[in-house]
Design a protein around this ligand. Structure first.
Ligand code: G6P
Length: 489
């Protein structure tokens, strides 16, 4: 491949992310199985196959027993994964605390500074300490497998201190960091108590990547306003060198979906779903059960739509797959009960003896079932309140060659910047607008659906996960060459 030519055929890329692409799960025989992990990062990086990658990350469970740790480590080795075992206390403070109760809401504009958890200074301090400790553990694990020449690619908000810790161990290591969430406006980011230190830790990277140009711009303005750094076209100057900052929009492996749709098992499922939902239009939602996905707003809009289109109540169904996630965090538990209550209300109001308008599942689906659903449904409804990219919209497009279904896409998802021209773009906070978009989507002419699908499909098939990773890694590989010259001029 091109990348192997540039890097050399034995070059290794170490992918460091909080969550490994597989999660360890104890089975009935008291041994361990590996399940595919949820989330956009994992599905995207799985599309990257042509370069030698190794993963470093958390296997998703606390494993206190050393023998179990060894069993899991062996299993993971076959998948080229190296585990970082975090004990329960660290998971609670670092993962559920600092990552998902502080950074995640802050980066997604979920609440205002007065709602943020760092009001409780003591909790904040211990969560931050756990974050540092966890990042240091990741650094040590990387160090244990690192070989000169390896490229180290750190991912996401969990690991913002990792570039600093890695460079402390190997100052000439090639280190990149990529954020899969939005980066907030510096006006909000500045509320974070340890705002400067976190930026400075990330700036130890050689290349910093985001999904959209807007996120990159927000980050640069945080660097200039909070750290007083100079910014250039390429990035910012930090400690006498230019740290490159760039947008690299992620994609998916389209062919994986196309191939799945050819499998007899998937075709059978498609037929089955067509039978189950015969005579009804199906609107599909597939989301991790997270507040950023706008699930309440989605249900409210669907309720509004039904109110205004009573004749449709037996003719349309909202099929919502809500994949359980981070259920130890109280905010996520609260959200689940709110959504369940609202779904029950709508079903009570608009259900009949024959049909239930909202079919809501707190479940994840296996890949083949998911593909079958993507393929046979009429509309995909993405109502994220803020979302780094949102690859569900890409996956839906990849599976819709036959049906030419309509995509309703929140303007707050990064994907709106790429698929916006072939989708009904909505503000999910505007219930009336989303309700109307449902009506429009269901009434859209075949010609227009065809035209939009063509546009979207071209984009989704051209911007692969593979290409994304190659672009990023090439750029990372090349840093330090051009930029040195730049500073001398
Ligand atoms: C988002 C984040 C990922 C994360 C995924 C699943 O996509 O950007 O880093 O892995 O959500 O969340 P979880 O907390 O289960 O890892």
């Amino acid at each position: 491949s091109g990348l192997a030519d540039i890097l050399g055929s034995d070059a290794r890329i170490l992918i460091v992310a909080n969550r490994l692409p597989v999660t360890a799960k104890r089975n009935e025989e008291n041994s361990w199985d590996l399940d595919v992990s949820p989330g956009g990062l994992v599905s995207a990086l799985q599309g990257v196959t042509r370069v030698q990658m190794m993963w470093v990350g958390w296997p998703g469970v606390s494993v206190p027993d050393k023998k179990d740790q060894m069993l899991i480590t062996d299993k993971l080795k076959e998948k080229r994964c190296i585990p970082v075992f975090l004990d329960e206390e660290v998971v609670d403070q670092y993962y559920s605390g600092y990552c998902n109760n502080i950074l995640w809401p802050l980066f997604h504009y979920m609440g205002l500074p007065q709602d943020y958890k760092f009001k409780k200074a003591k909790d904040f301090k211990s969560q931050l300490e756990a974050y540092e400790k966890a990042n240091q553990m990741f650094a040590n694990t990387v160090d244990s497998i690192y070989e000169e020449g390896d490229i180290v690619w750190c991912h996401d908000y969990h690991l913002m201190m990792l570039p600093r810790f890695l460079k402390r161990i190997h100052s000439n290591m090639k280190v990149g960091w990529f954020l899969h969430t939005p980066f907030p406006s510096s006006e909000l980011y500045r509320a974070l108590p340890n705002r400067q230190d976190l930026l400075e830790a990330v700036l130890e990277s050689d290349l910093i990547g985001f999904h959209t140009y807007d996120y990159a711009r927000h980050f640069v303005s945080a660097c200039t306003s909070l750290l007083g750094l100079e910014s250039y076209l390429e990035g910012v100057e930090f400690n006498g060198r230019i740290v490159k900052i760039e947008a690299f929009p992620i994609g998916i492996d389209c062919s994986k979906f196309k191939q799945a749709l050819e499998l007899p098992g998937v075709k059978e499922k498609m037929d089955e779903f067509r039978r189950i939902f015969a005579d009804r239009k199906v609107m599909l939602g597939v989301d991790r059960f997270d507040m950023i996905k706008g699930l309440l707003q989605k249900v409210l809009a669907f309720e509004k739509y039904l109110e205004e289109n009573m004749d449709m109540k037996e003719k349309v169904v909202l099929l919502q797959i809500a994949v359980p996630t981070r259920s130890e965090v109280p905010e996520y538990q609260k959200l689940a009960s709110q959504v369940h209550e609202l779904v029950a209300r709508v079903n009570g109001r608009f259900g009949t003896l024959r049909t239930t308008p909202i079919h809501h599942l707190d479940q994840s689906l296996d890949f083949q079932t998911l593909c079958a659903l993507y393929a046979v449904t009429d509309v995909a409804l993405v109502t994220s309140l803020r979302d780094g990219m949102n690859l569900v919209s890409y996956e839906y497009v990849a599976c819709q060659e036959l049906n030419k279904g309509v995509l309703i896409l929140s303007e707050f998802a990064g994907a709106a910047q790429s698929l916006g021209a072939g989708a009904i773009v909505v503000n999910p906070w505007n219930v009336e607008e989303v309700a109307k978009s449902i009506k429009d989507a269901l009434a859209m002419s075949a010609d227009k659906r065809e035209e939009w699908h063509k546009h979207n499909y071209k984009l989704v098939s051209a911007h692969s996960a593979q290409g994304w990773a190659e672009d990023y890694v090439c750029e990372l590989h090349n840093t330090g060459r051009a930029t040195k010259a730049l500073l001398q001029t």
